[in-house]
Each structure stands twice: as C-alpha cells, then as structure tokens.
Design a protein around this ligand. Structure first.
Ligand SMILES: Nc1nc2c(ncn2[C@@H]2O[C@H](COP(=O)(O)OP(=O)(O)OP(=O)(O)O)[C@@H](O)[C@H]2O)c(=O)[nH]1
Length: 348
C-alpha cells in the first residue's frame, strides 16, 4: 500500500549513508524490489565519476522506481556540492508533476551526512520535504575487525617515537560522523561473522550513536521497507544534536582519499580477473574497486567489485549492439595510491 507523505504534506526523504562498500546500494536495491507500492525517487551520489551505482540501480528500475526517477550526482561528494548539485536536483525533482511518495538519497561512501541534512533546512526544500531519517549502513565484518578504530597501542607508539606526531584518522572520522548523524543503523554483512563478532561490532557502533538510536542486523540488505522508511525523524529540525568532528571546520574536503578510473582489456576468465584484482588490492592500499569487465568469449558484461580484498561478481546484461566490450573500473583508496603501478598491473 502506498504510504502517503507526512501530515504536513511534505515528502519524506531518507538519507542512506555509510562507508565505501558497506552495502548501501545492496540495501536500496532490496528496498526498490520490496517498496510495498510506494513510488520512490532516488538520488545517487558517487565518489569516482563512473556512475557505477546509478547504472546498477537503473538496472533494477521497476514500476515503483522508474529509470527516470533515478538521478545520479557523480560530480564529487554530495556534502561538498550541496548548493551546486544537490539543491538544484532536488528542486527539479519537486517540480515534476508526479511527486514520489518517498525520496531515497544514497550518499557516497566518503560523504559526511550532516551538510546534507542541513540542506533540507533551505527554504525552497524545507517547506516541501522532510528528512524522514538518516540510515547509516555499517559493515559489521570491517567494524569487528577494527578497521574504523584507531589502535591505541599503535597510536601511543607513534606518539612516543615522534612527540609531534599528528593523528590523522580519516576512516575513523567518517565512521564517527556517519553514526553520530544516524536515526537508524543497519549492520550489514552479519552473514560473514559469528555472534561474538557481531556483538563486538554493535558495541563499537554504540560508542558513536546518539541515545535511543536503534541498530538492526541485516544480510544483503534484506529488511522490510517498514523498518527503513517512516521513521519520522524530521532530522532537519535537529541538526545541532548531530555532532560532527568537522563542526569547527568551515570547509570539508576529501584530501585524505584518492580515486581514479581506468579501462582494462578483456580478461581470459572471471577467475583470472578476480585473482588479479585481489592481488592488486592486497599490494596497494585500496579501499574499493568497482566497475564492469569484459571476459573473452562471453557475450555478457561482468559486474565486479571489491571491498578490501573481498570480491563479488556477476554478469548483469549482454553487451549492447554497438557498445564496445571494454572494462572500466574505479579505484578508491587513501591518499598516496600508486596510480601508475596499479594501472600497469591491471593493464597487463
Ligand atoms: N556477504 C555480504 N556481502 C554484502 C552484503 N551487503 C553487501 N555486500 C557486498 O558488498 C559489496 C559492496 O556492496 P554495495 O551495496 O555496492 O556497497 P555500497 O555501500 O553501495 O558501496 P559504495 O557505493 O562503493 O560506497 C558488494 O559486493 C555486495 O554484494 C551482506 O550483507 N553480506
């Protein structure tokens, strides 16, 4: 059954945040397929210019979320382009004659959600849309492994060796900010770890969430729409309560991260390609690789993506007539990625 927009006639919007590869697109794909009759509009923001998430999501467009209801913002991180990109996109969406029942915004994995929530306070948006909730998608496996936490012993050792050592923890800061802004946390990839590690991830999450914020466990984003939508948080009315480690900075940038995209030749087989990608991800400080690849002798396009050294892949569609079967990947990592070496290793 379609859910009406809230009592003030505003369209509810859900902001889906969470680090690179946490499972945001997977969650949204499940939501589109189980929207319970709601007409959804989707704004997809990506770091890395390839429009990968947008293309995957368009691939599962349906009557409840048509391809034209999916808008891509691939022009940098949404939190930095609010005025230039996000607000005009939102205004254009609102100007359409057929208003959606709910708007979903997938932020890039490097975005701070707070500046986006603040954008909903702009007069042209505020009267027509409300932030129903900020949903933080958190990778349980990576969290339990301590990927977003500073190792206190290592930090002490670094400080002992250099009293002027500046602690720079970009992953930890994003983890902190995305959780501190959340109205609901979805702990994903719980299928990969045991109960003790799930509990450890939950404890780590609870250090940063605001009081009363719930965490739900999920695997492959399989949650009912009613859990994710209809939170009624009106987050734009409670911006000050959502602390950010960047509150004191005027401008936020993404200098801590590097990304580039490249074309790769057709691989001899899927296994050979994945082995090579794993090896490259292991040798370099790569956080995320994703894109499309051509496999020799196969008429279908391969979707391939990795988070750290864990890779997934599937054939999504046939290469279209007239479309060159060329592989394209986006690579994202911490500043200082050896782009030339990675390009050479993947081009071989
Ligand atoms: N095992 C397991 N894998 C998952 C789960 N959720 C997502 N994945 C996989 O994790 C990878 C990243 O998932 P995405 O949904 O693309 O993550 P994302 O947060 O949208 O990634 P970015 O947009 O790059 O930040 C994919 O290979 C997914 O299949 C889960 O619950 N369990």
């Amino acid at each position: 059954m379609a859910q009406p927009s809230n009592s003030l006639g505003k369209i509810p919007a859900t902001i889906v945040t969470g680090f690179l590869g946490a499972g945001k697109t997977t969650l949204i794909r499940h939501l589109i397929a189980h929207a319970g009759g709601r007409r959804l509009a989707l704004i997809v923001n990506e770091f890395g210019e390839l429009g990968f998430d947008g293309e995957l999501l368009k691939g599962c467009a349906s009557e409840t979320c048509r391809a034209e209801d999916i808008v891509e913002l691939a022009n940098g991180c949404i939190c930095c382009t609010v005025a230039d990109d996000f607000l005009p996109t939102m205004e254009a969406l609102l100007a359409r004659p057929d208003r959606p029942d709910h708007i979903i915004i997938e932020t890039s994995g490097l975005a701070l959600p707070k500046p986006l929530v603040q954008a909903f306070d702009w007069p042209s948006v505020r009267t027509r849309v409300t932030v129903d909730g900020v949903v933080a998608v958190i990778d349980a496996d990576a969290t339990a492994a301590g990927r977003f936490a500073t190792d206190p012993e290592l930090l002490a050792a670094q400080r002992a060796a250099d009293p002027n050592f500046e602690h720079d923890a970009p992953l930890e800061e994003l983890f902190h900010d995305q959780l501190a802004c959340a109205d609901l946390v979805v702990l994903t990839k719980t299928d990969l770890i045991d109960a003790a590690r799930i509990a450890a991830a939950e404890a780590e999450v609870a250090r940063f969430t605001r009081p009363g914020v719930k965490t739900v466990r999920a695997s492959f984003g399989e949650l009912p729409a009613a859990v994710l939508l209809g939170l009624g948080a009106a987050a734009e009315d409670d911006i000050a309560g959502r602390k950010s480690v960047h509150d004191d900075e005027g401008e936020h940038d993404h200098d801590d991260f590097d990304s580039f995209w490249l074309e790769i030749p057709a691989a001899a087989s899927t296994a050979a390609l994945v082995d090579r990608l794993k090896a490259v991800a292991g040798r370099h400080d790569i956080l995320r690789i994703k894109g499309f690849a051509a496999i020799a002798g196969k008429p279908m396009r391969l979707v391939v993506q990795g988070v750290g050294e864990r890779f997934g892949h599937y054939f999504d569609r046939a290469w279209a007539a007239g479309e060159a079967p060329v592989g394209r990947l986006v690579v994202i990592g911490l500043k200082g990625l050896d782009q030339a070496a990675i390009r050479a290793e993947l081009a071989a």
